[in-house]
Design a protein around this ligand. Structure first.
Ligand SMILES: C[N+](C)(C)CCCC[C@H](N)C(=O)O
Ligand SMILES: O=C(O)CCC(=O)C(=O)O
Ligand SMILES: [Fe+2]
Length: 421
């Protein structure tokens, strides 16, 4: 019994150290609470699945559906879905979590078919469906990704033959919209065809899936190479691959491009899956991936042209990952807009440049480059948290319109159509 507890504490400490995260000091265990409990397994066979549970001093252990799960007692009390603790109409908690005794333990536990019944010291009863526990436990969740994706290079994307969606079916049918969103979520880019080449129609498309995010560039933007704004985008120069608005605390989620006119040469659009490149870094140099996900950087937009005066600063690492499963959710990569690095000392700076170089090499591999010529009628949606864009230099008159979208609202639309997002 003692070994059991000690090894548990030991592995917990190792977990804490491994994560590289600083947690508040663990409360000093008092001697009494370390005294061995009479621990034994309770076995039940329900239908085809067997279930076993054990009540430990500081957690509840459950084996069900090939999963070993450990639950904290406060967590279990906090997630009570009884009518007095949870309002199922609003899907909101009514229980005041701060009123739960942090040393709470159930008085009795009973299993009936696939439901566990906990009776708490004050007599309150909580029911947990075993499948609900599997779905919502740390152990059950940690293997799952928040968003399924297909990472691509040019060949993978082209071989997938992802169909474009027709403007009418996108605007008028849920199937069209769903097909579009499914592709967009999987690949981070998607096209709508046969769109009348006007700013108004582009706006209508945008509003079908999200809310337009108004920024310093306006709500809908419309630009040519007139240098009306203090940014290279407003010239005829080539632009290397990048994500936009890295200088916002929350970079814009989605970018919409519609080329309304181009009389001239060049000007093709470059698309690169940033997550595919980052995944290559993770495979080849995991410690560099880690560094890119830890070192905070500033990006900056300073504008002083005509009537436009702006100074934006956004702070965050190049790679943003969920800490529990290391899944990437946002890449910030814009070498033009990256500001002075002064958040880490020189030796870390050097290691960061090495890691940044490794990522850049992956991003620049010709086989990872997908080139398209935007043309009137074909609207491109880009996941600006994942896919980098760039453009070739061009000659002649070129008119591009588009907008940014809020990410939450695209995902909201996708979820309402039954997609995992
Ligand atoms: C798309 N639009 C022309 C409006 C904006 C361009 C923003 C360019 C900026 N350097 C960035 O990468 O965020
Ligand atoms: O002109 C283009 O094709 C894209 C320019 C650009 O990167 C942008 O507007 O964000
Ligand atoms: Fe851009």
């Amino acid at each position: 019994m003692w070994y059991h507890r000690l090894s548990h504490l030991h592995s917990r400490l190792q977990d804490l150290l491994k994560g590289g995260v600083i947690y508040p000091a663990l409360p000093q265990p008092n001697f009494k609470s370390l005294l061995p409990l009479a621990v034994h397994w309770h076995h039940t066979a329900s239908k085809s699945l067997t279930c076993a549970w054990q009540q430990h001093e500081d957690h509840f252990e459950l084996k069900y559906a090939n999963t070993v799960m450990r639950f904290d007692y406060v967590w279990l009390r906090d997630h009570c879905r009884s009518a007095s603790c949870y309002n199922s109409k609003t899907h909101q908690r009514s229980l005041d979590t701060a009123s739960v005794d942090l040393c709470i333990k159930p008085k009795t536990i009973r299993l009936d078919e696939t439901t566990l019944f906990f009776t708490w010291p004050d007599g309150h009863v909580t029911k947990y469906d075993l499948n609900w526990l599997v779905k919502n436990s740390y152990e059950g969740q940690k293997q799952k990704v928040i968003q399924p994706r297909i990472l691509w290079n040019a060949e993978i994307y082209q071989q997938a033959q992802v169909p474009s969606v027709d403007c009418q079916s996108f605007l008028e049918t849920n199937e069209g919209l769903k097909k579009f969103l499914q592709n967009f979520l999987l690949y981070g880019i998607a096209f709508v065809e046969n769109v009348p080449p006007t700013q108004e129609h582009t706006e209508k498309l945008a509003e079908r899936i999200s809310l337009i995010r108004e920024t310093i560039y306006g709500r809908m933007w419309y630009f040519t190479s007139d240098f009306s704004r203090g940014d290279t985008a407003y010239t005829k120069l080539a632009l290397d691959r990048h994500t936009d608005t890295t200088y916002f605390q929350e970079p814009c989620g989605i970018q919409v491009f519609h080329c309304l006119k181009h009389e001239g040469t060049g000007g093709r659009t470059l698309l690169v899956d940033g997550f595919y490149a980052a995944e290559q870094v993770l495979q080849k140099a995991p410690e560099e991936f880690e560094l890119l996900s830890k070192v905070p950087l500033k990006h900056e937009y300073i504008e002083d042209v005509g009537e436009c005066h702006n100074h934006m600063i956004g702070i965050g690492p190049v790679l943003n990952i969920y800490p529990w499963n290391k899944e990437l959710y946002l890449i910030r990569y814009n070498n033009y807009d990256r500001a002075v690095i002064n958040t880490v000392p020189y030796d870390v700076v050097h290691r960061w440049y090495t890691a940044h170089r490794t990522l850049t090499i992956e991003l620049r591999r010709p086989e990872n480059e997908f080139w398209v010529k935007l043309k009137p009628g074909r609207v491109l949606f880009i996941d600006n948290w994942r896919v980098l864009h760039g453009r070739e230099c061009f000659t002649g008159y070129r008119q591009l319109c588009g907008c940014y979208l809020t990410r939450d609202d695209v995902l909201n639309t996708a979820r309402l159509l039954g997609l995992q997002a």
